[in-house]
Structures are given as C-alpha cells and as structure tokens.
Ligand binder design. Structure first.
Ligand code: GLC
Length: 756
C-alpha cells in the first residue's frame, strides 16, 4: 500500500510538473509576444498581416514590388508559393538580420497531394476510406515540405460538395460530412504530428471557410446560398472536426455565403469558429479575397474592405495588399481598434513561436536535411499502395478481372486510349503539384499505365501491344483509327480514358461530365470486337458514361493516381492488390441529375421506380445514380449477417449498441469498408433517407469471419431544427450496415419518449 501511495504521489508530481512547464511555456510565449508588440510600429504590425507571393503565381498577379525590400522594411510577415530553397534562406536572412525587429518569415505552400512525391489526388485518397494511410501520406508530405523550407500548408481542403461540375471536388473528400470530417482529422494529424515545434511537422490549414463546394451551377467562385440547417449539418462538420483536432490555421473562402463574402463574414469567423468552437488560431484570406469583397460589391474600397475583414476575425492578407493599403487609414478613422489589430498580430506571432522560428529561424532551412529527405524512394511505395487502394471497381461482368496468366496460350493484350501512355505534363496528377517548381513534375516522374502494365503482363505470358497512343490533349480520328487496328488483333483490350491533369482543380468547372474528346466513341468502336474490354478511367470527379456502363464489362475508376499510376494499376488489374476503394461521391447517369447525393430527403413523392407518374423523377432518365456513394466491388465477395441490436428501445441519452458479422466467402484475401448509416423516420423537420455515422475498413482471408461491434450515441443521432436547436427526438429510427449506401442490411430501433 505504501509503495502504491509513493508511486501515486510521484506520478501526480510529474504530471503537475509537466503541466506547469506547459503553462509556463505558454505564459512565456505570451510574455515574449507582448514585449515584441510593445516595440512594434503600426506599419510593422500591419506588415505581419501581409503575405506576398514568392516565385510561383497560384492566383492572378496582384502587383509584386521588390519582395526583399519590403521584407527589410518590415512590411511582410509571410511569403507563399516560393519554391527556390536558396532564395528562401536569403529572404529569411533579410527578415531576421536586415529588418528593424528581426521577426522571422512564415513560408506557406499548397501541399495538396504530396510535395516532392506525388500521391493520388485527395478525392482518390478519400476513396480508400483508410485513415491511417491518409495520415501517413501527410506525414511524408510534411517531411518533404518542411525539409524544403515550407512551414505551413494550405491543406486540408475540407469543402463538402455534391456537384462534380466544380473542378475542385478533386481536392476534397466528397459529398459526406462525416467521412470528410474523419479525413480532415487524419490530414491534420499527419501534417502537424504531436508537436509543431518539430522541424518535420508543418502547420495545417482547414479551407475554404465556408460553403465553397456549394457554388451555384458548379461554377468556381460563384454565389453560395443555403439554409442554416444545410450549413450546420453538411458544410461545417468537417471544419469543426479540424478545429477540434487542433488545426493551426483556417482559410477564408472566395464565395459569398448568403450574401456576405466569407472573408468578412463575422457570423462564420467570430460567432461560430472563434465563439462556439472556441478556436483561437490564425485565419488567412484566400488569394486576394479581401480585395475581392470590393468586387463582390460588399465593400467600397480598401479601407472599407480591410476594416470589415479584420473586424470579422480574418487576420492575414494573402497576395492582396488590401491590409497594406487600407488598414492604417481604418485605424486612424477608428473603423478598427488597436486591440483588434494587436489580436491579429498576436495570432501570427503565436504561430511563428509554435513553429520554433523565433528560437531558430533557419530550423526548416537545413541543406543537409533537405538532400536526405528529398531523396527517399521508399515514399513512392506509399504512393503506390494508396493509389491501388483508392481505385474503385465499378463493374466486373463475367469476372474478366483480375487478368489471369496467359497459361502458355500466345494471347495478346492491347493497351489503348488517350490516357494509356500520356507524357503530357500533369496528366495522372493535377495542377497542385508545385513544390519543386512546375518543371519538376513533368511526365518523366510518372509511371504511365503502359509503362506499369507492359512488363508485368509480358511476365504473365502475354504479348502486349501499346500503339499508337495519342495523349488526351491531341487525339484525333486518325489516332483513334490506329488504336482500333491495334485492338483488332488483341484478345483483351485495356482502354485508358478520362481527363487531363490540367483539366482538374481550381477554375476547372465543366458543364458536361461526359468523357472528353469523344472517348466514348472510341469505346463504342472497341466494344464492337466482342472481346473483353476493360475501361480504366483517369478522372478528378464523378463522370458520366452511360453507353460504357451498359456495354463495357469491366470499369475501374483510377482517379488521378500520381507518380505510381502504372504500377498501382498493374497491381490492381492483375490481382496483386484486390481493389477495395468505395466511391466518396455519387456518380450520376446524366449531368442533369446534379446535385445528386445519397443523404437526400425523401420528398413527399419519392420516385419508387423509373417512369412512375406524379413522383420526383425525370421523363428521360431514372432519378437513381449510375453508381451510389460507398459503392465499390472486390475480386472476392463479402457476406453480411443480419444486424443484432442489443437493446432496440433506448432511453433518452442511451447509446445504440449493434453488431454484425462479415465473412469473406470468396477465394482471395480482400478488404471491405463496412459502412453504417442511420435514418430518423420522424423528426421536427424532414430528415435524410440515410446518414453515414460509422465506417471501418477490415481485411479478411478467404473464409474468415469478423464480428463488428458498433456504438452510436444519441449525439450522433441529433440534428439542427429550424430554431437552431441541436436535438434528438423520441421516435423510430432505422440502422443500415453494408458495403455501400445501397447494399445494406437494416434493423429498426427507437428512442423512447420521456415520461412526462
Ligand atoms: C488559391 C486557392 C487556395 C490556395 C491559394 C494559394 O487561389 O483558392 O486553395 O491555397 O490560392 O495558392
């Protein structure tokens, strides 16, 4: 007993010592910030809120005077999009040794799907539903970016969207707020680790706050107008998840939200983010979004825009100069107070302290570490693995996949299509691959589909025909005709189609989701030979291909897989890796169905079947999706038992406990994403037909069964009503568990009414 007591005392002393060290550290930082603030002139304070572009333009040029001169005069707090390592040292030296107060610079960069090693686009990674893998991707990206002098990434993008016309769906995690929230947490953990002071971790940034994914008509930067409920239920949850997991910064969105530009939206930034969520980090504008409040017509001039954005809670002006031009006059005109200005400056200085930059401004500018860190081929193995686990097998009629060994028969495989062997820059990637300069990420870094497949298929006994191949940008009838000739000789045809890398991302909205440049016409011609055709889609968004869906036996969504495209594709098509991806976004039949998403309301006249009159459907197409949220096939098969609910009637506040067994009834190992949805059958307002509440990715050997236990709290079942009360009502619910949002087992449960 005495020993226990002594150990308990020691433990208590240690914990309180650690706690007091932490508190002292924080107090010490605040004291140092106060001392520095007291020395700063108004111009130097405004300078800390000014972020200027480096040697890369990721937005329209806003006029760049001499960066070094501005840094020396204390008018720059941060530089973004600077790729040249040696110059970053020069810039930092100018800030630290040649400006009056020597405040170090913050270097920010878009590390969106890798820095030097290029991983699949974020939407592809979302299709893996593998949080550990996604966190590992960002750990590697942080190691590479930090070694190259970047302190801060403008990632994760956590904009939920239901509109594939919007080019930026590729940067997010799709249509579901719960999945987007879990991925946001994984990305922030990956970038920031446990200690921002480590030189291998970087500050993350939840963006774009908020509602950007709901731009009208899928047009980038367009108007966003939505109910408070949709904001609370769909848009905000991933941002809240990022805030709760400790993301260091937020970024404004370009759009207006219900008429108010996000950069000057006090309700969003001060009331919700800093108020309700008690988040106290740094908010940076998007590129010149402060200045664009004037273009929106919500501010009269720089003074007005600067006052409104700072007063709303925004702190740093990215590449706009609005604060530089307008904030001092706003202060003199008492539009803002010195206290408000100081608060914004504190948040900048606090971030710099947390990164260790005041103790060592060159902590991230170590040439030796850079050489070592930026030459780790092992990182490509991670890229290959997540690229394979992100691919989604939509269809496998007649089980023509995986491709089996030729077994002595002299068989031929043709690899054709505009995306079969493209050497066009950024193909299989996206614009957001900039870390070492645009020229680094040319096609020589990518293992193309043909390069990955050819050696592997030849080892399996096939003769592989890869000719002639145009690239997605320059295919014409002649090149298609030559592909047809090649395909005519083959026993199996692999047709690689889809979007070019530079047609994905920011300001890349489309009005049609069809395969571009008549690629479906090519598929129709290939389909005429009556041979097995495998369609491999390289895409950054859900696309429409109705004829192919009906006539091509095997369809694999490969997304934009990054550097290891060809190797990952070969792994999946030959069965070395059993596909396990599940769609994070619904694939429509036609673009006219957009927005189409799984967690929709029932309406008063749900479409029971196509063509039913007086129901919510279309004359010309079924209202159902081509491929639903959560869909994805495997080369094996998973069987689900019925759901067991421990206690189907819950007292108020009691959690639901359920279990289900899943068996791999096929002949090969495989991974399955078990998805758990609920439906609130009756509430104060209409509720979605399904809402994702839990998911789990498991691997099962052939014949293996696993019993999965799930717990869902009544907080998970709660919703926002019209008076903005967050509540759960007594009444009946449904629970759905399965391998997609449609292939599910279901069970009933209820929350008991409270006895009056
Ligand atoms: C861009 C994007 C934003 C990015 C920023 C810096 O316009 O909207 O996501 O982080 O500018 O490149």
């Amino acid at each position: 007993m005495l020993i226990n007591y002594v150990w308990r005392r020691r433990l208590f002393f240690l914990v309180s010592l650690l706690n007091s060290i932490f508190v002292l550290n924080a107090q010490d930082t605040e004291a140092r910030i106060n001392l520095l603030l007291a020395k700063m002139t108004v111009d130097e304070k405004i300078g800390q809120l000014n972020q200027l572009p480096g040697d890369l333009m990721t937005g329209s040029e806003v006029g760049k005077e001499d960066l070094l001169a501005q840094i020396r005069s204390g008018r720059v707090g941060s530089v973004l999009s600077h790729t040249n390592f040696e110059q970053k040292i020069i810039l930092q030296r100018a800030a630290v040794s040649e400006s009056r107060l020597g405040i170090p610079l913050l270097f920010g960069f878009d590390v969106i799907h890798g820095y030097k090693t290029v991983f699949p686009i974020p939407l592809a990674q979302a299709a893996s539903w593998d949080m550990r893998a996604i966190e590992e991707v960002e750990r590697i990206a942080a190691r590479e970016a930090s070694a190259d002098g970047q302190h801060w990434t403008f990632s994760p993008m956590v904009d939920v969207s239901r509109d594939p016309r919007w080019g930026r769906v590729m940067e997010g995690a799709g249509e579901d707020p719960y999945l987007s929230g879990k991925i946001a947490e994984a990305r922030v953990r990956g970038f920031q680790g446990d200690d921002l002071g480590q030189s291998s971790t970087i500050a993350a940034c939840a963006k774009h706050f908020a509602g950007y994914g709901f731009s009208e008509a899928g047009r980038d930067y367009n108007t966003v107008d939505m109910s408070e409920q949709r904001l609370r239920e769909v848009v905000l949850p991933p941002f809240k998840a990022a805030a709760k997991v400790g993301v260091a910064t937020f970024m404004n969105a370009f759009n207006t939200l219900n008429g108010v530009p996000a950069s000057m939206n006090k309700y969003l930034i001060t009331d919700i983010l800093r108020g309700e969520w008690t988040w106290s980090g740094l908010v940076v504008s998007d590129w010149n979004s402060f200045g664009e409040t004037i273009v929106h017509g919500a501010a009269a001039d720089d003074v007005d825009a600067a006052s409104k954005c700072l007063s709303a809670g925004s702190d740093m002006d990215m590449a706009g100069g609005t604060f530089q031009r307008g904030l001092k006059k706003a202060l003199e005109g008492k539009r803002i107070s010195m206290q408000q200005l100081d608060e914004a400056v504190r948040r900048v200085l606090r971030l710099k302290y947390s990164l260790g930059l005041f103790d060592n401004p060159f902590l991230y500018l170590d040439g030796e570490r850079r050489l070592k860190e930026l030459s780790q081929p092992v990182y490509r193995e991670t890229a290959r693995s997540i690229a394979a686990s992100s691919m989604v097998l939509l269809k496998n009629q007649g089980k023509i996949l995986p491709i089996r060994p030729a077994a002595g028969l002299k068989k031929k495989i043709a690899i054709v299509g505009p995306m079969a062997d493209s050497k066009t820059n950024k193909d299989y990637m996206s614009f957001w691959t900039l870390g070492l300069g645009m020229q680094y990420y040319d096609s020589t870094q990518v293992v193309t589909p043909a390069e990955g497949l050819k050696p592997v298929l030849e080892n399996m006994g096939y003769e592989v025909l890869v000719r002639p191949v145009c690239t997605a940008g320059d295919c014409d009838e002649k090149s298609y005709a030559m592909m047809i000739e090649t395909a005519r000789e083959a026993d199996i045809i692999i047709a690689c189609v889809g979007e070019r890398g530079l047609d994905c991302g920011e300001s890349k909205s489309v009005a049609s989701l069809d395969l571009p440049r008549n690629q479906e016409g090519l598929l129709r011609l290939l389909g005429r030979f009556g041979k097995p055709v495998v369609m491999v889609l390289f895409n950054s968004r859900p696309m429409t291909f109705e004829w192919a869906s009906e006539n091509i036996p095997a369809i694999l969504v490969a997304w934009q897989p990054g550097f290891e495209t060809g190797n990952a594709l070969a792994d999946v098509l030959t069965g070395r890796v059993n596909p396990s991806g599940k769609l994070p976004m619904t694939f429509p039949r036609k673009v006219g169905q957009v927005p189409i998403y799984y967690n929709h309301l029932r309406t008063g006249r749900p479409q029971a079947s196509f063509g039913m009159p007086f129901t919510s459907g279309y004359l010309d197409v079924s209202a159902t999706p081509a491929y639903p949220f959560g869909h994805g096939l495997s080369y094996t098969e998973f069987q689900y038992s019925d759901i067991t609910i421990t206690k189907p009637t819950l007292e108020k506040g009691e959690s639901l406990a359920a279990s289900i067994s899943v068996t791999n009834i096929g002949d090969r190992i495989g991974s399955e994403v078990i998805q758990c949805y609920t439906q609130d059958l009756t509430a104060e307002v209409a509720r979605p037909v399904k809402e994702l509440k839990r998911f789990l990715k498991i691997t099962l050997n052939p014949g293996e069964t696993k019993k999965i236990q799930l717990k869902i709290s009544q907080e998970d079942l709660s919703y926002w009503d019209n008076e903005l009360r967050f509540r759960v009502d007594p009444g009946k619910f449904k629970l759905f568990i399965g391998g997609s949002s449609e292939a599910v087992k279901e069970a009933d449960f209820e929350v008991k009414s409270i006895k009056k």
